[in-house]
Design a protein around this ligand. Structure first.
Ligand code: 6R9
Length: 647
């Protein structure tokens, strides 16, 4: 099914003709296309003379000799243009209090925080870890780092002490910004005490200071000589801070994400190229105008919160909602109630949220979107995982009132911004398909040798040419960067890690899911190996573990773990108790988002004679399917019956 949509009035991109013209422009002179946009969308202290340097491919450089400052582009230039009184952020707390912040105010706050960081000795190139709740201060902390040329690494507030410690160590961070607690769903959740645990035993020698934002006033333990209240360090700081002009390639941030092997990798992003695509996609995909109120429901701990909360909308001088809480508090009508209250015009969320709100609206009629005035909406967005056609249809009809185009945006932490997406009012939509590449992005589908496959045939999703906001390297591991994203057999194409297929008639892309051992649970990336390592780290109980994903109505995929214990296989109540203990263990090792939904115990795991765990069999078992695959190479076929059942 294809849904044609009438063009939006005065949209940035008018119709498929203009879309084709932009693609054509990029085709004709690729670097010149990006150079034009980089000049239009960004303010440069020193203009660049060359758009692309590919002499050290795949370590591409963009706008290399240009100088700019990201925070200047997001804040100062709007104030200088007389737009300082415009609302930048409409912050709403968990309990519904609203704090609007103008561009002038956000600039002053950012500058004071930047000066506070400087007063603690933080300088250009230093890494700062941000472990904060959704807050004005969280956004300002990112901007403050950008302002002084410090490279931030935001760690999602749901990650455990162990995960936080790994990231601080890997990044070699000198300073950490956190809060006493965070408020979510009416509950105060600790942040500072998790930081204390992460930093115990002097395990992070590079880290000198911990700045603590007072959010709730809850009691916190204090380490003298290390912990400082953010407001005290900021008190008396000037609200003017000259931006540090950095080279376009200067690392703006590291963001850790899961891969198929080993520990999460620190995806390194640039300043100039990254900001260009964040701004450009906010402008074209969301058609952001001065009259819009934009709301991206992501957390700043994920890439979506970087590009579409902290940077893109601000680079354009837009007005956006920033939300501290959760979609289900005080009830599952919270999103709709906030759209009504703030007259949100462009709304961007994840399929998993939509699916859980569909369920809620089906059980509690009062939280159905029809009870709210959502007439301010004009564009809806989706991100993080494939949106199934049923959820798409519900979103389109019940939230968008059948009036609003849905932009199903495919992209990744590594890509910095949208890669394949409809443009609103331009691209005819097809539920479940992310449609066509963003102008200038050379997405394609190839076979294992990098040869194009015909439309209608599935294959590997690649990007044939570099683009400005692409990952620059994996922090501290350039070899892993090359191996993961530019494997030799793929002819120099970027390997996304997803499978995809193009429609034979329309050429539209549909993402068919990861081709590696990465799961997508509620739009969050989790490596199966990472969860397995966490399980076997429980050395007292666990002998062996294998983790697979299985389809789930709400979370997209659910984590299912097969575990062999060091003691006899438990059953009944004992199995339940141990499964619970292991789930909590994983939450402590990685974070609650990594908790397996189901744990099954076996005397053994299905293995080949050479000792390889046969995960594809486990995937069938997890789904509850009969095993139809060839099991002749299996060492111990009898184990399948045992693992087919829940404990
Ligand atoms: C932005 C973000 C990236 C992975 C990606 C893919 C999946 C994201 C999608 C989508 C289908 C979409 N993904 N958007 N799949 N349709 N519109 O989510 O980044 O957390 O790095 O995840 O998410 O599998 O490879 P990240």
């Amino acid at each position: 099914m294809s849904t044609l949509f009438p063009p939006l009035q005065q949209a940035r991109i008018q119709g498929m003709d203009q879309y084709q013209a932009l693609c054509g422009e990029a085709e004709r002179d690729y670097p010149a296309y990006w150079a034009r946009l980089a000049r239009e969308f960004l303010s440069w202290k020193k203009p660049f003379t060359q758009a692309l340097n590919d002499s050290q491919a795949p370590f591409f450089k963009w706008f290399e000799d240009g100088l700019l400052n990201v925070s200047y582009n997001c804040l100062d230039r709007h104030v200088e243009a007389g737009r300082g009184e415009r609302t930048a952020l409409i912050f709403e707390t968990d309990d519904g209090q609203v704090r609007p912040v103008t561009y002038r105010e956000l600039l002053a706050l950012t500058s004071r925080m930047a000066n506070a960081l400087k007063s603690r000795g933080v300088k250009k190139g230093d890494r700062v870890v941000i472990y904060m709740p959704m807050s004005v201060e969280g956004v300002a902390a990112m901007q403050a780092c950008a302002r002084i040329g410090a490279t931030h690494s935001v760690v999602f507030g749901g990650f455990s002490a162990q995960s936080l410690r790994d990231r601080i160590q890997d990044a070699g961070a000198v300073l950490l910004i956190t809060a006493d607690e965070q408020m979510r769903g009416g509950k105060a959740l600790a942040l500072k005490s998790i930081v204390d645990e992460a930093l115990a035993d002097h395990c992070c020698p590079t880290l000198k200071d911990v700045l603590v934002y007072r959010r709730t006033g809850g009691a916190v333990a204090w380490t003298e000589g290390r912990d400082l209240w953010l407001h005290e360090v900021m008190a008396g700081q000037s609200d003017h801070c000259e931006p540090e002009w950095v080279e376009a390639e200067h690392p703006l941030f590291l963001l850790y994400t899961s891969g198929s092997t080993g520990k999460p990798k620190g995806v390194q992003h640039s300043s100039g190229g990254y900001l260009l695509h964040a701004a450009l996609t906010t402008s074209w995909t969301f058609d952001l105008q001065d009259s819009d109120v934009f709301w991206c429901t992501a957390d700043i701990g994920w890439v979506t919160g970087h590009s579409y909360i902290a940077y893109g909308p601000l680079a354009l001088g837009g007005t956006e909602v920033v939300f501290e809480g959760v979609p289900t508090f005080p009830d599952a009508g919270r999103f709709w109630q906030m759209i009504q209250k703030h007259k949100v015009t462009v709304f961007y969320t994840a399929p998993t949220a939509i699916r859980s709100l569909i369920k809620a609206a089906e059980t509690v009629p009062t939280v159905h979107p029809k009870n709210y005035d959502l007439s301010s909406l004009r564009i809806l967005g989706s991100v993080g995982e494939p949106i199934n056609p049923a959820a798409w249809e519900w979103y389109y009809q019940n939230v968008g009132g059948g009036r609003c185009p849905i932009v199903d945006t495919f992209w990744q932490t590594e890509t910095g911004g949208h890669m394949i997406t409809p443009l609103p009012g331009v691209t005819p939509m097809a539920p479940g398909s992310c449609t066509l590449p963003f102008p200038g992005i050379q997405a394609a589908i190839v076979d294992e040798m990098g040869n194009d496959v015909p439309n209608g045939t599935g294959g590997i999703l690649v990007v044939k040419k570099p683009w400005p906001s692409m990952i620059r390297t994996i922090w501290g591991d350039p070899e892993r960067f090359k191996k993961s994203y530019y494997p030799e057999e793929l002819k120099g194409y970027y390997l996304a890690g997803d499978g995809a297929i193009r429609n034979a008639e329309t050429g539209y892309f549909t993402i068919t899911g990861r081709i590696d051992d990465v799961l997508n649970v509620s739009g969050h990336r989790m490596g199966t190996m990472e969860i397995e390592s966490a399980l076997v780290a429980h050395t007292e109980l666990v002998a062996e573990a294998a983790v697979v994903g299985r389809p789930d109505d709400v979370t997209g995929e659910a984590i299912c773990a097969f575990v062999v214990l060091k003691r006899a296989r438990p059953t009944g109540e004992e199995a339940k108790a141990i499964a619970n203990e292991l789930r909590n263990w994983v939450a402590k090792e990685i974070g609650p988002i990594a908790k397996p939904k189901e744990i099954r115990f076996g005397d053994n795991l299905p293995k080949t004679r050479s000792g390889k765990i046969m995960r594809r069999l486990l995937r069938s078992l997890a789904k509850g399917e009969a095993v139809t695959q060839d099991t002749s190479t299996l060492e111990n076929p009898a184990i399948l019956d045992q693992l087919a059942k829940a404990n």
